[in-house]
Design a protein around this ligand. Structure first.
Ligand SMILES: Nc1ncnc2c1ncn2[C@@H]1O[C@H](COP(=O)(O)OP(=O)(O)OP(=O)(O)O)[C@@H](O)[C@H]1O
Length: 251
């Protein structure tokens, strides 16, 4: 793989490696995501997908290599809180919503968390906040469920609510880990629409095993294997790649 170029990237990794107890989980990984791009990351268990997300978000430090955000911010110098504050939002596989709060209040809490606590005191700001809540609920298909307790939502709806809570923080880059695991087919198809809409205004990196869903995303696909990029391209191109079939699809 040739190295990506740093200019005009929201996320840039080059020659990144990390070793745990002598095992190289990430091995000279190079990857570039353009502003406004959606990218799907696939690969067998243990390929390094989660570790890659951990490196981007500052949870794991690489032993070597470059990780840049927005073409100029060196993420290897920052901690998790600083990286989140820059506008990198991460959604883990399991939904973590406030179950005993309503759907709208979950978004409200995420909005308040993203601003100064004083702003909740000002009427004009509140009206703006309510408009944002309405817009976010509409994006994540939960307008009709706004007064329900989060605990009463389906698993898929909880995933959407958590995506909405991330959107409340207005991230420049969203990292989404296996969003459709455990979803119904209808929820899975709707999640592809939803993420495509979000990707109009944000860069989105989606880690996923569900190939039908990845196809629905209609974006460039990166295949990870043993901590490096095995193949990159359209879903059709990577699906036809002999090495990809051998290590991942053909199993
Ligand atoms: N903290 C750690 N200590 C030791 N080994 C680790 C650690 N984190 C990850 N690994 C190992 O690194 C490799 C890559 O793991 P990772 O979780 O990134 O893969 P993955 O592609 O996300 O897999 P999956 O699809 O199963 O989630 C695995 O072999 C894993 O056991």
């Amino acid at each position: 793989m040739t190295s990506p170029t740093l200019t005009n990237t929201v996320l840039y990794l080059d020659g990144v490696s990390v070793t745990f107890d002598g095992f190289r989980a990430i091995n000279k990984l190079s990857l570039a995501i353009a502003p406004g791009e959606m990218r799907a990351i696939i690969g067998p268990n243990g390929a390094g997908k989660t570790t890659m997300m951990d490196i981007i978000t500052g949870k794991t430090r690489p032993d070597e290599g470059e990780v840049f955000f927005g073409g100029m911010i060196d993420l290897t110098m920052l901690d998790e809180a600083e990286i989140a504050a820059l506008g990198i939002g991460r959604k883990f596989q399991k939904p973590t919503v406030f179950e005993s709060h309503t759907v709208a209040d979950n978004i409200r809490l995420a909005l308040a968390g993203a601003r100064s606590p004083f702003s909740a005191l000002f009427g004009a700001r509140n009206r703006i906040a309510e408009e944002r809540i309405d817009a976010i609920l509409s994006t994540v298909r939960l307008t009709e469920h706004r007064t329900r307790l989060a605990a009463d939502l389906s698993h898929g709806q909880k995933q959407w609510l958590e995506i909405g809570m991330l959107l409340a923080q207005d991230p420049k880059l969203l990292l989404v880990d296996e969003p459709v695991a455990g979803m119904t087919d209808a929820e899975t198809a709707e999640t592809a629409h939803l993420l495509k809409e979000i990707a109009h205004e944000h860069s989105v990196v989606v880690v996923e095993h569900d190939m039908a869903f990845v196809r629905d995303l209609g974006c460039k696909v990166t295949v990870l294997h043993e901590g490096s990029v095995l193949a990159e391209g359209s879903i059709d191109a990577v699906s036809a790649n002999e090495r990809v079939i051998e290590v991942y699809l053909g199993r």
